[in-house]
Design a protein around this ligand. Sequence first.
Ligand SMILES: Nc1nc2c(c(=O)[nH]1)N=C([C@H](O)[C@H](O)COP(=O)(O)OP(=O)(O)OP(=O)(O)O)CN2
Length: 182
Amino acid sequence: MSALELSFTRRFSMGHRLIAGSSERCAIPHGHNEFVTVTLQARTPSRLDGARNMVVPFAEAKARWHDFIDTRLDHAFQISSSDPLLGWFLANEPARVDRIVVTPGDPTTELMAALLYAKLKAFLRAEGDVLCCTSLTLEETPTNTVRLTGAPDPFLPLMEGEATDYWWHRADPTISDVRAAL
Ligand SMILES: Nc1nc2c(c(=O)[nH]1)N=C([C@H](O)[C@H](O)COP(=O)(O)OP(=O)(O)OP(=O)(O)O)CN2
């Protein structure tokens, strides 16, 4: 099947730690310089018009997404909602809590790919659903990459309770639900 896709890559630095026990060496806070690449296409594909010949101008297609990456994700600290470091920040450095990405379970590359994909979907929906995302690739290190295609929903962890409006489903710049819960 034919597809005319736009692909955008952005680099960001992050810190994280994994505490669920699957990777003991990753339980010590450490960081990576990561690359996130998204592939977009028109929700209703059509022939190039012979004049402007653009699906959507690149700058327009990536503006909101890259602003989120640059201003919220870059240099943020990613931790599980059950990580005791979250309580430490709330008690000792509450002003920095907004720089923490809080995730349901460990912030692995797989989970971050699914959460970021859901966030991008929310942004695209808010912009009128002209474009849709068909894949998101998250390169944690030059040797470790996760690629998610299609849709994030089948991979997102099941959440307890009725709430569905988690930060990754909202078209806003938030990276956690901690403030809302205080
Ligand atoms: N399935 C996953 N496994 C691991 C993840 C992950 O996100 N998903 N993450 C980590 C750690 O974050 C770690 O920093 C990187 O992993 P690892 O491959 O163990 O370390 P290196 O990049 O140094 O590996 P090299 O093979 O030496 O390049 C662990 N596992």
